[in-house]
Design a protein around this ligand. Structure first.
Ligand code: PEP
Ligand code: MG
Length: 563
């Protein structure tokens, strides 16, 4: 029975589709016990916490068994964090200072989280995992059930502040009709994984906890970012109509991507693991435009061997048959530190020795990776393209191209993620065969706004005219150098933004595989000249919001149903 009147709120739609069902809250964390007494035996208490952390790690590992590859990696990485020596040392320190057990866990985690936050990027993202561990450990210490996803009795809509990656990765799309979070942003784990699983999701619906109670019917539109608590029959009818219109708009969206007048636009999948590759390959798409290989390297004590890498790359390439696979070489460094390639602490990790800069210092890592790629290429039929992340100069592009070609790799490119590479793209591209624009980082560096900071989402929007101008500059330079330009950031999966990108001169788009159908349908409705006109209008707009409005006003009205 609903305890609330009909209420409509909005957030950011991050995974399209409409859904409704009973609201189920993700079990909240207990928080530390403010009344507990100080530790009188830090040694024994330390031992007890170690056992609890080990139990938390074991629980996560048990869930990893039987989970998909990508879920497994996330769960195992979180489990590894639970028994991290640094964390345990921190706990001992807090106990010696006299904290009780739950307080010690809480404070040690907070200090550890602060360190990760300072590192920024990937490591900052791990803070969510760390808090997940803290909450599980504290609940165990208090003798309470672990927080997180409850068993679902019927298909439901999950409500959470934010989902820990470990939680999102193990969601069953048959049981979870939709996800609504009060926090998070468009590039959060919740968003990326929900889109990958095809579960409609709205993030940053900040008022959700004020307007919904457990068991209320809640409806959502994961494209429009709309949430309705206690919806009326009319609301459900409207949502169903929207879903039907969307389905109709998507019907017949198959085959190669192209504009209405037949201008080919390759539609590709972003992947991170061999399991992703197999899943993506089963979709109607033309290959992978971004294989984030760093997943193979993170959270390990030593580098994967050439043999191990060869085996994984071979699996990935095989999955796609003779389709294109664009492999990005190791994108690690300051923001995604590798234990075996530690270059020391940096003040500003996002501006530090990351991406290709790390590979230039640790050539051995890049050599092993390129050798493994060459091996996999020789063993399969795939059309292998290889590109370097975070390139800023012509020299870097040349250095990478020489090296990759030295291993017999024929299609060599760079990612355009820095304004430096965008505005000098003709020169940069003259050294390589292609470029792929990473709009996530390009937005971050163009707008000087940390991509991990949810509050800066507006600045980070690819609709920012300055970001679109960077894409335009890249395409103009690419045109002069007669080189192919693709996009592999999140922007490529937005059907409306896709029209703008194509209008600016992009010829391939890579995205979560579930987004391909909508993007293909949007492209099919427009001639290339119309895409160019839409791009010109968007670029001429004074703000990101007006740019989007202008594009929407010019696009075929059906595009609205695809968002
Ligand atoms: C990007 O920056 O847009 C990109 C695709 O790379 P990542 O998100 O992995 O940094
Ligand atoms: Mg990037």
């Amino acid at each position: 029975m609903s305890t609330h009147n009909r209420t409509r709120i909005s957030g950011i739609g991050v995974s399209t589709g409409t859904a409704h069902g009973p609201a189920v809250f993700v079990v909240p964390a207990a928080g530390f016990n403010a009344d507990e007494s100080s530790s009188t035996d830090p040694e024994a208490d330390g031992q007890r916490i170690r056992e609890v952390l080990q139990a938390v790690a074991d629980g996560l590992r048990a869930r990893a068994e039987g989970a998909s590859d990508s879920a497994k990696e996330i769960l195992e990485a979180t489990a590894g964090l639970a028994t991290d020596r640094g964390l345990i040392r921190g706990v001992d320190k807090e106990l010696k200072k006299g904290s009780g057990v739950t307080r010690a866990v809480h404070d040690a985690v907070e200090k550890f989280a602060e360190k990760l936050r300072k590192l920024g990027g990937y490591m900052a993202e791990r803070v969510t995992d760390l808090y997940d561990i803290r909450d599980r450990a504290i609940s165990r210490l208090l003798g309470l059930p672990e927080p997180g996803l409850p068993e679902l009795a019927e298909p439901s809509v999950l409500i959470a502040v934010d989902l820990a990656p470990a939680e999102t990765a193990t969601l069953d799309p048959d049981q979870v009709r939709g996800i609504i979070t009060s926090a998070g942003g468009p590039t959060s784990h919740t968003a990326i994984l929900a889109a990958q699983l095809g579960i409609p999701a709205v993030v940053k619906a900040s008022e959700i906890y004020d307007v919904v109670s457990e068991g209320d019917t809640v409806a959502l539109d994961g494209g429009a970012g709309e949430v309705i608590v206690a919806p009326l029959d009319d609301d459900l009818t409207e949502l169903a109509e929207r879903a039907a219109r969307r389905e109709a708009a998507l019907a017949g969206s198959e085959g190669r991507g192209m504009t209405r007048d037949g201008y080919p636009i390759k539609l590709l999948a972003n992947i991170g693991t061999a399991d992703d590759a197999r899943k993506a390959a089963s979709f109607d798409l033309e290959g992978s435009g971004l294989f984030r290989t760093e997943f193979l390297f993170l959270g390990r004590d030593d580098a994967p061997s050439v043999e191990e890498q060869t085996a994984t790359y071979t699996e990935v390439l095989k999955a796609f048959g003779d389709r294109r696979v664009v492999v990005r070489t190791l994108d690690a460094g300051a923001d995604k530190p590798l234990r075996f390639a530690d270059l020391g602490e940096e003040e500003n990790p996002a501006l530090g020795r990351r991406g290709l800069r790390l590979s230039m210092v640790r050539e051995d890592l890049l050599d092993a990776q390129l050798q493994a790629l060459a091996n996999a290429n020789a063993a399969t039929e795939a059309d292998l393209w290889v590109m370097a992340p975070m390139v800023a100069t012509v020299d870097e592009a040349r250095w990478f191209a020489d090296k990759a070609r030295g291993f017999g790799l024929e299609r060599v490119g760079v990612m355009v993620e820095t304004p430096a590479a965008a505005i000098r793209s003709e020169q940069v591209l003259s050294e390589v065969d292609f470029a792929s624009i990473g709009t996530n980082d390009l937005s971050q560096y163009t707008m000087a706004a940390d991509r991990m900071q949810g509050e800066l989402a507006d600045l980070l929007s690819p609709w920012q005219p300055a970001v679109m101008a960077m894409v335009q500059a890249t395409c103009i330079g690419g045109g002069k150098a007669d080189k192919h330009i693709g996009v592999c950031g999140e922007a490529g999966g937005d059907p409306l933004m896709a029209l703008v990108l194509v209008g600016l001169g992009v010829t391939s788009l890579s995205m979560a595989p579930t987004k391909v159908t909508a993007v293909r349908a949007a492209l099919k409705l427009h001639d290339h000249a119309t895409c160019r006109a839409i791009a010109a209008q968007a670029l001429a707009a004074p703000t990101a919001e007006k740019a989007r409005e202008a594009a929407l006003a010019m696009a075929d009205p059906i595009v609205k149903d695809l968002l």
